[in-house]
Design a protein around this ligand. Structure first.
Ligand code: ZN
Length: 432
């Protein structure tokens, strides 16, 4: 281990793709002794990219929903970072256009305990105001709907402390809407209307939409949306609700201490390791023990090497422990979730210094030229996407300073007034 565990950091950089964060510390072979796992919360800034949300002008001030949503999500993330027990991710980057399905799948990929889509409401008329939370009616997986309702009640309480009115008092501020085109859940029951809500239920994770206030309401805009300081208050309210919600969840610990009844711990028989918990041989499951994460198969045998469990990929080392963080294998670099051990695949991750790493569908880190979600990158000798100028095989290329996306088909002017032109292949045609 290098230094202290530092899982979360900035997330304002990447240009495209599901974005995550790399802890700077955990490396292959690190001996983790963690018993407590963090709750994973994924924040979804509504709209953005090509998809602009609501828009309003009050007293000459322009309010854009996607900008407000983006700020609220980032402020919420900052507020949640103070909590030791919560790992937080965003579904998207600022200028990225992302389908509702991809947003839910991002949450799924992070193994989210909660997905929170953050929005501002809009109306044709200037009179509607206040907050509501859109949740599932519970026609399918009612236990998910119950979780959403509890979380929604916390959100509306916290927003209420800021003076934001609760809409739909008859449902406690919850907004239910069922599909109007006859679509159903796998159990044949009517499907919820809102994409984030219905797809979250289908992915078996609680996912809600918060409509914090009305952009179309002059009073909501003035009282709650007009400055960054006001948006920070909304974000803090969301963060408070998230913390309250996580606090009441069962502890995500993995205890390897028995209750005193029966055999407990590892047992070696004919060269194979088995794990007993209170006298019961554990089979076909991941074991989150104090010493690390292990896997025992259907016969209870400890397994080694690559393994796909519940659709997630793990690598169990010679000592049986799942690899966490970076791992180099057969000339490729892989990155595993630092606490849960699952392999990141088809993803762009950003570390605390803003360095961008891109992983293919098999979890292998890209090297050299790489195309990801339609954009071109160059992975340099550091293993991360190059930013700024670079000369490759005698030709100059330029990669965006922050997003690392290659410039092409454009002419740009630098601060000294010098113009550079990039062709369709990204080659600068006027720099030797
Ligand atoms: Zn919206």
């Amino acid at each position: 281990m290098k230094k202290g565990k530092k899982i979360l950091s900035i997330l304002l950089a990447a240009s495209v793709g599901v974005t995550g964060l790399i802890g700077s510390s955990t490396v292959y072979g690190a001996q983790k002794t963690e018993t407590k796992q963090k709750y994973v919360v994924v924040l979804d800034p509504g709209h953005g990219g090509n998809e602009s949300g609501a828009y309003a002008v009050h007293n000459g001030k322009v309010y854009r929903e996607e900008e407000i949503n983006w700020k609220i999500s980032n402020y919420t993330m900052q507020a949640l970072r103070k909590s030791q027990d919560i790992e937080v991710h965003l579904t998207k980057t600022q200028n990225e256009t992302l389908s509702l399905y991809s947003r839910v799948m991002a949450a799924k990929q992070y193994k989210a305990d909660l997905l929170v889509s953050q929005h501002i409401n809009d109306s044709e008329s200037s009179s509607p105001n206040g907050a509501s939370v859109m949740i599932s009616r519970g026609t399918y997986r009612p236990e998910i709907a119950a979780k959403e309702k509890l979380f929604g009640s916390y959100v509306l309480e916290e927003l209420g402390k800021l003076g934001i009115r609760r809409r739909f008092p008859e449902t406690g501020g919850m907004e239910y809407r069922m599909s109007e085109n006859g679509s159903t859940y796998p159990n044949g029951q009517a499907r919820d209307y809102y994409g984030i809500v219905a797809q979250s239920v289908e992915q078996n994770l609680p996912g809600v939409i918060i409509e914090h206030a009305f952009i179309s309401s002059p009073s909501d805009a003035y009282n709650f949306l007009r400055s960054d300081a006001k948006l920070k208050k909304i974000a803090q309210a969301d963060a408070n609700a998230i913390i309250r919600y996580c606090k009441q969840l069962p502890e995500k610990t993995s205890s390897d201490t028995g209750n005193g009844s029966g055999e407990h711990g590892w047992k070696k028989v004919n060269g194979e390791y088995y794990f007993y918990k209170n006298g019961i041989k554990q089979t076909h499951r991941l074991l989150h023990l104090k010493s690390g994460i292990y896997y025992v198969d259907k016969d209870g045998k400890r397994r080694y090497g690559w393994k796909v469990i519940d659709g997630q990929t793990y690598y169990f080392q010679k000592n049986g422990k799942a690899a966490l963080g970076w791992m180099q294998k057969n000339g490729h670099w892989y990155f595993f979730n630092a606490t849960s051990g699952f392999l990141y695949k088809d993803i762009m991750l950003i570390d605390g210094e803003g360095k961008i790493y891109i992983f293919d569908k098999d979890g292998k880190r890209y090297d050299g030229w790489c195309t990801y979600k339609g954009n071109k990158y160059y992975i340099d000798e550091t293993g991360s996407a190059h930013t700024g100028w670079i000369k490759i095989k005698g030709k100059w290329y330029y990669f965006h300073k922050r997003t690392a996306v290659m410039y092409k088909n454009c002419t740009v002017q630098n601060s000294k007034g010098i113009k550079y032109t990039f062709n369709s292949k990204g080659v600068c045609t006027n720099r030797k």
